[in-house]
Design a protein around this ligand. Structure first.
Ligand SMILES: [Ca+2]
Ligand SMILES: [Ca+2]
Length: 547
């Protein structure tokens, strides 16, 4: 199904989304709860202290009158951003001016500094949102070599590298298949692209090769960090046939579902595109769009430059969502500290750190699976299920005192297990529909030997429209592995999220059944218009005794 991606996201929705961003960031900063002000069709959040004690009946005029008595003020978060932002990064700033009124402006650091200098009495400047490239430098150590032997190097798979800016023009280590627009090339795009597609070259040690060096990399460098430019770049990548998108950028929204999250869910639901997103780099709530239901959010670890995962640790900056909040992110982890990857220039390399370099490691593994099984294209939930069924390996594993934590999700994907499952056909997909609530269906039959260990996962998509309408998660599906006698060997019954995963050891020889129970499946929005279709994918992996 083709969906007019840009048309659906009106300016109005984007502005409302920005207001929620502001709400989230102010609350995160620990300040007083903000007041909201409606200006025309805009909802703008204003910090309570702008009107001192008279906050309860705040109007725009009240706010401006109160503001005029105050000295000019630049909010600490904006001052901090002006200090640390890189050239080209942009932020959305709320300007409250006694003369000019309320204004939302999207500006670069130097422009923000100029605004701050020129501010007169009563003027206030607040940072509403920033969309910063989430990565600085990258290096994957995910045991990819065995996956290459099974699945190759992602031959022919079209991967959309959606970035703020494009791959370095003078770079000879990452060559795009197609370029979008003529926008500035960036270190960030080159480093993220390198993790996926850095080409093996005779002059280097082959260990620097990207995870899927034979993909057709679609260099979708947006011309700015504005939503509309990023969305246009996404649109272009889809039009060029991308079956995987890598989004190593985002905005901290304090957990709020915004336009970018809605777009990601809508694309996944309508096209079956797999969308991998960087979890975020502030150690707090996962950023948007990684928080979207269908986005595979990837957190970062420090692998300490060793192959063993025993000395690995979750990176302190890796963002997460507490499962007790009703959601759970990230889904997966990958190394994201001091990773060696491509840099702009002739045979240039650099080290990169951030969830931005963790996400493309997972994107690369997904490309290997799609290269092995081209029929997976358009079935994102099945690819997610393959990755999740291969996971379960936690950083620091081997330490008996330490179980998996809430911040690590399902841990590292294991590329060789995912590739084995793809090659052996241990996956599938189907649509759930209205009327399926309360039903149980057998997804697969697994012939297992006593003592054999398996992992299984399901994943599903839902339309972005559904959550954007304030309706939350559309479906709740649960997963169980049933023994030959019908008894439950293992089950996964999360109330929230868009996947389930389980690990089990077979107690006897025989045929086991993987079953999905559709606990809940809502189908309609408040106008009764939403089609009730939930694309569901599943996969399982047989875990060798030594892994
Ligand atoms: Ca290590
Ligand atoms: Ca569930």
């Amino acid at each position: 199904m083709t969906v007019p991606l840009r048309a659906r996201l009106s300016n109005r929705r984007a502005l409302v989304a920005l207001a929620w961003v502001a709400c989230g960031s102010i609350l995160l900063a620990g300040a007083a709860p903000p007041e909201s002000v409606v200006v025309g069709d805009r909802t703008v959040i204003v910090d309570k202290d702008i009107s001192s004690a008279a906050a309860s009946a705040l109007t725009v005029n009240d706010a401006l009158r109160e503001a005029s008595r105050l000295r000019p003020r630049v909010a600490p978060r904006l001052a901090d951003w002006i200090e640390r932002a890189a050239p080209g990064e942009r932020a959305v700033v709320l300007r409250v001016d006694p003369e000019a009124g309320l204004e939302l402006v999207e500006i670069e650091r130097t422009e923000a500094a100029e605004l701050a200098r020129a501010a007169g009495p009563g003027t206030r400047l607040e940072l509403l949102a920033e969309r910063e490239p989430a990565l600085r430098w990258v290096r994957p150590t995910l045991g990819i070599a065995r996956a290459w032997k099974i699945a190759g190097h992602g031959e022919g798979v079209r991967v959309g590298l959606v970035e703020i800016g494009g791959l370095g023009r003078t770079t000879d280590t990452v060559i795009p298949f197609l370029r979008y627009g003529g926008c500035a090339d960036t270190w960030h795009a080159t480093m993220v692209g390198g993790v996926i597609a850095l080409r093996p070259a005779a002059t280097w040690n082959r260990s620097y090769e990207g995870i899927a060096s034979s993909v057709r990399l679609l260099d979708a460098g947006a011309c700015s960090a504005r939503d509309r430019d990023l969305f246009a770049a996404i649109d272009w990548a889809l039009a060029q046939g991308a079956t995987v998108l890598n989004l190593s950028w985002g905005a901290p929204t304090g957990g709020a579902y915004d336009a970018a999250a809605a777009l990601v869910d809508e694309i996944a639901w309508s096209r079956g595109t797999l969308i991998v997103a960087a979890a975020g780099n502030d150690g707090a709530s996962v950023w948007s769009p990684a928080l979207a239901h269908s986005a595979l959010a990837v957190g970062a670890t420090d692998d300490r430059d060793t192959e063993s995962v025993r000395d690995d640790a979750l990176a302190g900056f890796s963002s997460w969502i507490d499962p007790r909040s009703g959601s759970a992110k990230p889904e997966l982890l990958a190394p994201g500290a001091d990773v060696v990857t491509a840099a702009p220039g002739f045979q240039a390399m650099a080290r990169a750190t951030g969830t931005s370099v963790a996400a493309p490691a997972v994107t690369g593994i997904a490309a290997l699976l799609l290269g092995e099984r081209p029929e997976l294209a358009g079935h994102g939930p099945a690819v997610r299920a393959l990755l999740l069924a291969s996971a379960g390996l936690q950083p620091g594993a081997g330490d008996a005192d330490r179980g998996p934590g809430d911040r690590e999700g399902e841990g590292y994907p294991r590329a060789e297990l995912a590739a084995e499952s793809a090659a052996a056909g241990r996956f599938g997909w189907q649509d759930l529909r209205s009327g399926d609530a309360g039903t149980r269906r057998t997804l697969a039959t697994l012939r297992l030997r006593r003592g054999q260990q398996v992992r299984a996962a399901i994943a599903w998509d839902q339309p972005g429209r559904y959550h954007a309408a304030g309706l939350g998660a559309m479906a709740d599906v649960d997963l169980a592995l049933l023994a030959p006698n019908g008894g439950v060997v293992a089950e996964s019954r999360a109330a929230a999220g868009a996947y389930e995963a389980l690990t089990a050891r077979a107690p006897v020889n025989g045929d086991y059944r993987l079953v999905a129970t559709v606990f809940r499946h809502d189908t309609l929005d408040r106008e009764g218009k939403l089609p009730g279709r939930t694309p569901l994918g599943w996969a399982w992996a047989v875990i060798p005794s030594d892994r």
